[in-house]
Write a protein that binds this ligand. Structure first.
Ligand SMILES: Nc1ncnc2c1ncn2[C@@H]1O[C@H](COP(=O)(O)OP(=O)(O)OP(=O)(O)O)[C@@H](O)[C@H]1O
Ligand SMILES: [Mg+2]
Length: 462
């Protein structure tokens, strides 16, 4: 059932029951009051008439008595009959047209009382018989029957008035209920529409209801909910794209690397196969041969170790990373090489560098690869300078060396997997660093002058 129908039904029930209750309670009061008044009136008329006819009765003037009684009957609408008895208790005069009803004297016998009222249930409805004694100590009485006609009329009138008033109030009530329900259902309908909008996933939309009442509060809550849903979804989507990107990134780089890996492994394995083939034909191995075997195996081991290190990284383990501390740790890891190659390090980081959300061990790998490259670019010793700053939403770390530099012809290749100019290099260091930085939505680039030095810049989002 629609809300509007319910409100209208409820109003109808309330109005009708109120009308009914009023009718019932007032009816009793009116009937009692009316009967009281009627009785008073009847007693008063009876007394007057009895005084008026007392002498006629004494004188035995039947004609005058009957005339006096008839006069009263014609004057008083409610009076049904009047009769008088003489001192012997016999009917003396009356107003009955069709003769005196049988047993009338037993209807309301006074039995020496001065006055008595008796309710008679007759064919003409309730009639009150008021009997008064005309002469004390005799049986001369005057009896007057009064009908309740006007009570019936009054009650009918009252019923009509109550009924029409109830109808009128009902009419007003239904109109009021109609408007009231519109007042309530209109915004409610908007809410219903709005929940459909939310159901369709159109988060962030708001419902326009401006009122200071509960409905207004409800609208505000709805709008808050919508905005919260929107931001929750955005966060979810962001998180999804982020992990998704990382995954895609990693898969593509693994594919790229795997192809190179097979190629790279082929060379040392071919060398080993040839050596061992020679060894089968002529089983004496020189120290040089053994060294070659050892070196080739080490190369294979190197390549596989780095490759596995990259591939094994299953999930990125994010935390707030303080770049300053991270660089310190990487430097302490490379202390041995730094001292061995007599390289000074100048670290010039801003202490208040904000943290970045990153996988700590991966970032360590990035900076370790860069520092090792710099060390390897300065075989005769030199200097490494590390500086840090923030730059529109990024934390920027720069790593300078005064090494051999990268020739222009190689600049486009240094990030390629397996590109190396070193005898024992795998060529994976920078490609791994590149992929890690990219997975963090960062940037890595360099500037280099052959013979003068190289500067690598890593930018990570704050
Ligand atoms: N700081 C640098 N100065 C001069 N050349 C560099 C520097 N960094 C990288 N390179 C050049 O880029 C090449 C690729 O570097 P990358 O780190 O990827 O591999 P690698 O250092 O050769 O091998 P690995 O990292 O496995 O030891 C290096 O061989 C070198 O020629
Ligand atoms: Mg390297």
């Amino acid at each position: 059932m629609r809300l509007r129908t319910k409100i209208i039904l409820l109003t109808t029930v309330v109005v009708v029951s109120v009308g009914f209750l009023i009718l019932i309670s007032i009816r009793g009061v009116i009937i009692n009051a009316f009967r009281g008044e009627l009785e008073k009136k009847a007693v008063s008329i009876a007394n007057n008439v009895s005084e008026g006819v007392a002498n006629f009765i004494l004188e035995g003037d039947y004609f005058q008595t009957t005339q006096a009684l008839n006069e009263v009957i014609s004057r008083e609408k409610d009076v049904e009959y009047i009769y008088a008895t003489n001192e012997e208790g016999k009917i003396f005069a009356h107003t009955f047209h069709d003769g005196v009803p049988a047993g009338i004297l037993s209807w309301n016998p006074l039995n020496e009382k001065g006055m008595n009222v008796q309710l008679l249930d007759t064919e003409k409805g309730y009639i009150r018989d008021v009997g008064v004694n005309i002469f004390d100590g005799t049986r001369a009485e005057l009896h007057l029957g009064i009908r309740e006609d006007s009570l019936k009329q009054t009650l009918n009138k009252m019923r009509i008035i109550t009924f029409s008033t109830t109808l009128f109030v009902l009419f007003l009530g239904i109109i009021a209920a109609f408007f009231m329900s519109r007042l309530i259902t209109k915004p409610l309908n908007r809410f219903v529409e709005f929940t459909k909008v939310l159901g369709r996933g159109e988060f962030g939309r708001t419902v326009e209801v401006q009122s200071g009442d509960e409905i207004g509060e409800l609208a505000q809550s709805f709008n808050r909910l919508s905005l919260e849903l929107k931001s929750a979804r955005e966060k979810m989507e962001e998180a999804y794209t982020y992990t998704h990107l990382l995954q895609v990134e990693k898969l593509s780089s693994i594919g790229q690397i795997s192809a190179g890996l097979a190629h790279e492994l082929k060379n040392p394995i071919t060398t080993l196969r040839m050596l061992f083939q020679a060894f089968i034909e002529q089983p004496d191995m020189t120290k040089e041969d053994a060294e070659v075997v050892y070196n080739e195996i080490e190369k294979i081991d190197n390549i596989l170790t780095r490759f596995l290190g990259f591939v094994r990284q299953k999930a990125f383990n994010y935390s707030e990373v303080n770049i300053n501390n991270l660089i310190d740790r990487v430097l302490s890891l490379s202390t041995f090489d730094l001292q061995n190659y007599r390289i000074n390090v100048h670290k010039d980081m801003i202490e208040t560098l904000p943290t970045v959300k990153a996988d700590r061990s991966l970032l360590e790998q990035v900076f370790l690869n860069l520092i090792i490259n710099s060390i390897e670019a300065m075989p005769d010793g030199g200097e490494i300078r590390i500086s840090g700053k923030t730059d529109d939403g990024f934390v920027e770390v720069m790593l300078w060396d005064k090494g051999i530099g990268i020739p222009s012809s190689m600049k486009s290749k240094v990030f390629d997997p397996f590109f190396t100019t070193k005898v024992n290099g795998t060529g994976l260091g920078l490609s791994i660093a590149y992929n890690i930085v990219k997975a963090h939505k960062g940037k890595i680039f360099f500037d280099s002058t052959e013979g003068a030095g190289t500067v690598f810049t890593v930018k990570l989002p704050k």
